[in-house]
Design a protein. Sequence first.
Length: 197
Amino acid sequence: MSGPNKKEDIIEASIKIFVEEGYDRPTMDSIAKNANVSKRTLYKHFPNKKALLEELILRLIEQSISATFVEYNSSISFENQVIQFIKNKLDQYLDPNGIKLSRIILSESFKESGFLKDRIENVLRMESSSLTWIEQAQKNKHVPKNLDSFQVLIFLNKLVRGLFFFPMLLENDFSYTDKDIELAAKSFICWCDNQKE
């Protein structure tokens, strides 16, 4: 088996073991055993468990980025496009393994201030389809042109995380409705309107 495949085996095994046991409990030995690789191979790809967790976080973010694709369409109302963007994000957030891993990530971020902040921001900059969508919305005057598209995306992601994702992480019985999504979309549009020069 080639190196890249071994790395994928390690990542897949790590997701499973972190979801089942949390982050602190598994050892590098148990991760190697679950991935069917030698400890030497594991350490070749990941010098420690933290580096492995960082890779998992970045992988989750990249998967989320590819799954939240929204193409700007002038024949669909901007509000409906924002609603679709939010729904796409929530589909990713609702994945049970993603929720469990996110709890681990949240726990680690409390332990270490600024945990992966710069690397996550760089990965988010690759959310080119969302940035293109925002730039098209700017051309069509739904989003102010004076705003940096990346800052608009950050605000929209924060809005979705604050209203839906963090409550999902922290409350076992949290639920939301289509009306809640519509209100979030209206909040984003209102924010955009308030940013106009």
